[in-house]
Design a protein around this ligand. Structure first.
Ligand code: HAM
Length: 442
């Protein structure tokens, strides 16, 4: 490639916009997030899975909706297949389960933490790659599964130190909204257009929405009525207003059950009913929710809902499903803002100090024995003064310095110094080498 001018100059190669590097400091933050996500999912009995980062483009073009399809990283591979980097995990999950679900006991409780790729417009909280925690229950149509997945999402945030004062889950129900639209005399053919307007309502504002709705054949009075209802009415107001409408009442009962279950699971204060949440993805068929920071400064941290038709659409058995995706980007911004990103310092268990070059092989034997005993161990690769070695030990965050010196070794011992307290202990070299000694005690 040297003939392309500039390519052979390393300083010309920059990281792609919208992508991140993870130096150890940043990777430690990511790992802590992953640990909390995994712990929350496991405490609810979910099992971890993964799939390929590259998928046939058709998996997305038919099922995800126009917004995501417009952001695909897609190309034709050397075998003439039209492929795409995965922009979301749900279609892969549906594809995997279309093959496997028959053999699995229901409901299936699976989670994953894939890296996803979307060619987004540059904006705060949206990058071109992110890691997204996906938690889904497949094979359960009842509202109990909807409550359970939202509880997992909130538990993950709680484990990271966030509370109901920091975040809010806004929950809605697409069939309820459809029933309300029908009750207001808005024909089914315009529902999708109305959903798209409501999805952009918060960002674009009520004036814009009123104009759009009027354009969709809903008169200005109808638009005002609809916008008023979805912005202000709670489940009780709606029950009152639509008490003669069985379809609305039936979905409201389900919504009440959903909220009641979340209350019993300990998340009442985290959740609020909000009909302005509809979600942009095309496949949702039931409850939908998004989690935001309370101040509403940031974009959504998490989004999910029920999608009962997707497995069938990718060729599997018709199985009901519900789940969510939570990204690491907005979450990271919120944790940072709240001072919930712990200071990161490197740490190892032991640093071998070698005062005498002749004892290097003994020192390496000690390092090997300690490592096999489960300790992380460092030492200097070339000869260095003892003071310098102690300095390096300290800078590496070692809890113990292990001195393999001529006098100690002559007595069949080594010296261990606790770098925190300065306490020193002698250990029998044999016990260290055969792995029976503990670093911390004499
Ligand atoms: P989504 O709303 O497209 O849903 O994404 C879920 C979350 O991923 C968002 O709330 C956001 O935190 C994060 N996210 C999405 N795109 C980006 C981006 N470009 N940069 C940073 N973070 C981003 C889904 O993907 C559904 N498949 C979720 C789902 C799972 N539904 C059911 N199961």
């Amino acid at each position: 490639l040297g003939y392309i001018r500039g390519v052979n100059k390393p300083e010309n190669i920059k990281r792609l916009p919208g992508f991140r590097d993870f130096a150890p400091q940043e990777l430690a933050v990511r790992a802590r997030t992953f640990d909390a996500w995994r712990a929350a999912a496991q405490s609810f009995g979910f099992q971890e899975y993964d799939g390929p980062p590259l998928e046939p483009v058709d998996l997305y073009t038919r099922k995800s909706g126009d917004e995501i399809v417009g952001q695909l990283y897609d190309f034709v591979d050397k075998g003439e297949r039209h492929v795409a980097l995965r922009p979301e995990m749900t279609p892969s999950l549906a594809r995997i389960l279309a093959q496997k679900s028959r053999a699995l006991p229901k409901p299936i409780r699976w989670f994953s933490m894939p890296q996803l790729f979307r060619y987004e417009r540059q904006q705060r909280g949206r990058l071109r790659e992110h890691f997204q925690w996906n938690v889904d229950i497949v094979g359960e149509a009842g509202i109990g599964a909807d409550a359970e997945v939202l509880a997992v999402a909130l538990e993950g945030l709680r484990l990271l130190g966030l509370t109901e004062r920091d975040v809010e889950a806004r929950v809605s129900d697409r069939p309820l909204l459809r029933a309300i639209l029908m009750a207001l005399g808005i024909p089914e053919a315009t529902h999708d257009a109305v959903f798209q307007v409501i999805d952009k309502l918060e960002r674009a504002g009520p004036e814009w929405a009123r104009e759009r709705l009027s354009g969709a054949g809903i008169g200005p009075a109808g638009a005002d009525e609809l916008l008023g209802l979805i912005s202000d009415a709670g489940p009780e107001d709606l029950a009152q207003r639509f008490r003669a409408n069985d379809a609305v009442i039936e979905r409201l009962d389900i919504t009440r059950d959903y909220l009641e279950r979340l209350r019993s699971l300990g998340f009442a204060a985290w959740v609020s009913f909000d009909l302005t949440i509809v979600r942009g993805l095309a496949y949702y068929t039931g409850t939908v929710f998004e989690i935001f920071d309370r101040a509403r400064d940031l974009r959504a941290l998490c989004g999910g809902g029920r999608y009962d038709r997707l497995l069938e659409l990718v060729g599997g058995d018709p199985l009901p499903a519900v789940g969510f995706g939570m990204g690491d980007v907005v979450l990271g911004e919120l944790l940072e803002e709240r001072g919930l990103v712990p200071e990161w310092t490197p740490a190892v268990d032991a640093f071998i100090v070698l005062p005498d070059a002749d004892l290097r092989s003994r020192g390496l034997e000690v390092a090997a024995a300690l490592r096999r005993g489960g300790n992380s161990v460092l030492y200097a690769f070339s000869e260095d003064g003892v003071r310098r070695q102690f300095k390096t030990a300290s800078a590496s965050g070692a809890r113990f310095a292990v001195v393999v010196g001529p006098d100690e070794v002559a007595r069949g011992q080594i010296l261990i110094r606790d770098m925190g307290t300065g306490d020193e202990y002698n250990h029998d070299l044999t016990n260290i080498l055969n792995g029976t000694a503990r670093l911390g005690s004499a």
